[in-house]
Ligand binder design. Sequence first.
Ligand code: FES
Length: 167
Amino acid sequence: MQELSKEQVLKIMEHYGNDPQQVIAILLDIQVSSGRNYLDKKWAVLASEVLNIPLSKIYDIITFYEMFSLQPRGEYVIEICKSPPCYYTYTKEVVKWFEEAAGIKMGETTADGKISLVFTNCVGACDIGPAVKIGDAVFGELTVNRVHTLIHRCLSDNIKPLVHEEL
Ligand code: FES
């Protein structure tokens, strides 16, 4: 995927009316549009100028929310919940399944740039745990087979933004 241009980033901000109240949505949109799930520092600077928000505040937001990254990541970022009660019930096993299926460790990205494995806080699916989030989609009731199916789907660009999709 081609790198985002300044015009594209300005357009994203315009889409939100250059409204500083929408800064989180704007930064998320820029991150998703990057194709590598990250915010280039130059877009943080541009957002600061256009939205008239101090750059330090923009960085506060980026570092506070785990969904943001200043480093390029995989096309598909698989977010594994590490909040209690998931952590004590499932997380260790789920991490093992994903690491084995993707062939990388937590925090890493596959060599082809397709998949990153990261931790996140509660994805709001405690009732269908173990659960993970990939983009806008939450997948629950994971088993080792479902984890392999999810990895396969990421590799074949077949992840759909559905909540609790049946695998
Ligand atoms: S605590 Fe893990 S999904 Fe809510």
